[in-house]
Design a protein around this ligand. Structure first.
Ligand SMILES: [Zn+2]
Ligand SMILES: [Zn+2]
Length: 96
């Protein structure tokens, strides 16, 4: 067996993040859009399998907390002003 092949193998295979779904999921939540959008499942079906651990907001109260972010509605919504329509409606984080 060649010594090089082992090193090569190490370089190609990334850290086994796929094997740690819980940790990866948690990091993702913290870095991304945690409760900046209403939960689609909860909004449409009035139920969500993630319950209080869902990364999306289930109530406007949860959402409002995030909406106090300083960047909230500081820019005009491109979609709304170009197309006259924005799929996010009142939930859009840009100015309509
Ligand atoms: Zn949810
Ligand atoms: Zn918009």
């Amino acid at each position: 067996m060649q010594g090089n092949s082992y090193l090569h193998f190490c370089n190609v295979i990334p850290l086994p993040l796929q094997n740690l779904p819980a940790m990866a999921h948690e990091n993702e939540i913290k870095q991304n859009r945690y409760k900046t959008e209403l939960c689609r499942s909860f909004e449409e079906l009035n139920t969500c399998k993630y319950g209080k651990y869902c990364k999306f907001a289930h109530t406007r109260l949860e959402l409002n907390h995030v909406m106090q972010h300083p960047n909230y509605k500081t820019k005009q919504c491109e979609k709304y002003h170009v197309h006259g329509y924005c799929p996010y409606g009142v939930r859009c984080k840009f100015i309509h």
